[in-house]
Design a protein around this ligand. Structure first.
Ligand code: SAM
Length: 258
């Protein structure tokens, strides 16, 4: 299929070809004919075509202009498909309605793309192929080594689950790690700036207490200690012990000086 195409490792070009897997990802995304979908990294268009077949309005981004010759014929075949050649992270979406995000994400920008979708209130759901280790972080409960800023952001935004695990051999060329598809159906509101700042600070130093992390990031010690006490939390607690909701409550107390 790859007809001499030289895959770019730095652009995360690990393509999928298995029709059943591609159909399963399209089905995990929950697209219907009246949905709008944004795909990041169309590649040769294998997933793009499955998404277009749902009848949904698809906007597919691809940064590598060498792939235009594979993507334009698809655009001609599916009137509901728009291919946008460019860097997704530097592009504004060309519509204002709510949409679903679907992608086999390039590894090197997984986190910023995820945060963009999690923080965009128009995004209703996120269905993405990511490295297995990132999938574990997204769904991790508080207390473990995988729990961090991404877990809190994803779990505040909605319900996150792994829909399927995908071995590295399913990709061309195969990467060094296995992957998984994660679906996040958004139910919550995007985290406020106060929550985002708090979570960033809480996970800034993994082995330190929450008080130390927060004071090192500009929060007043007395305010932090009294907010922790008001929440019934141990002054020596670490950030990874706090549930996503506990972060929201703590941010509220720190904002109000309680
Ligand atoms: N969707 C295809 C598939 O499943 O076979 C390709 C997925 S491949 C993992 C990721 C794709 O994202 C590559 O084609 C790469 O060129 C593209 N890409 C990388 N960075 C990008 C960016 N900033 N904006 C848009 N596309 C990007």
């Amino acid at each position: 299929m790859n007809s001499g195409f030289r895959h770019s490792h730095s652009l995360g070009q690990n393509f999928l070809t298995d029709g059943n897997l591609l159909s399963a990802i399209a089905s995990d995304s929950g697209l219907t004919a009246d949905s709008i979908a944004v795909e990041v990294g169309a590649g040769m268009g294998a997933l793009t075509e499955k998404l277009a077949e749902t009848g949904a309005r698809i906007y597919a981004y691809e940064i590598d202009t060498r792939l235009e010759e594979y993507l334009r014929p698809l655009e001609n075949k599916y009137p509901n498909l728009t291919v946008i050649l460019g860097d997704f992270m530097k592009s504004e979406l060309p519509f204002g309605r709510s949409y679903r995000a679907v992608a086999n994400l390039p590894y090197y920008i997984t986190t910023p793309v995820l945060f963009r979708f999690l923080e965009d209130e128009r995004c209703r759901s996120v269905t993405v192929m990511v490295q297995a280790e990132v999938a574990e972080r997204i769904i991790a409960p508080p207390g473990g080594k995988d729990y961090g800023a991404l877990s809190v952001a994803a779990q505040l935004a909605g319900k996150a689950r792994i829909t399927r695990r995908v071995g590295r051999h399913m990709f061309t060329p195969p990467p060094n790690v296995d992957s998984a598809v994660v679906h996040i159906e958004k139910t919550g509101e995007a985290a406020s700036d106060g929550v985002k700042r708090l979570v960033r600070a809480a996970f800034s130093m993994r082995r330190k207490t929450l008080v130390n992390c927060l004071t090192a990031n500009g929060y007043g010690k007395a305010e932090v200690l009294s907010a922790l006490a008001a929440e019934g939390l141990d002054p020596a607690v670490r950030g990874e012990r706090l549930s996503p909701d506990a972060f929201v409550r703590l941010a509220e107390r720190l904002k109000n000086g309680v």
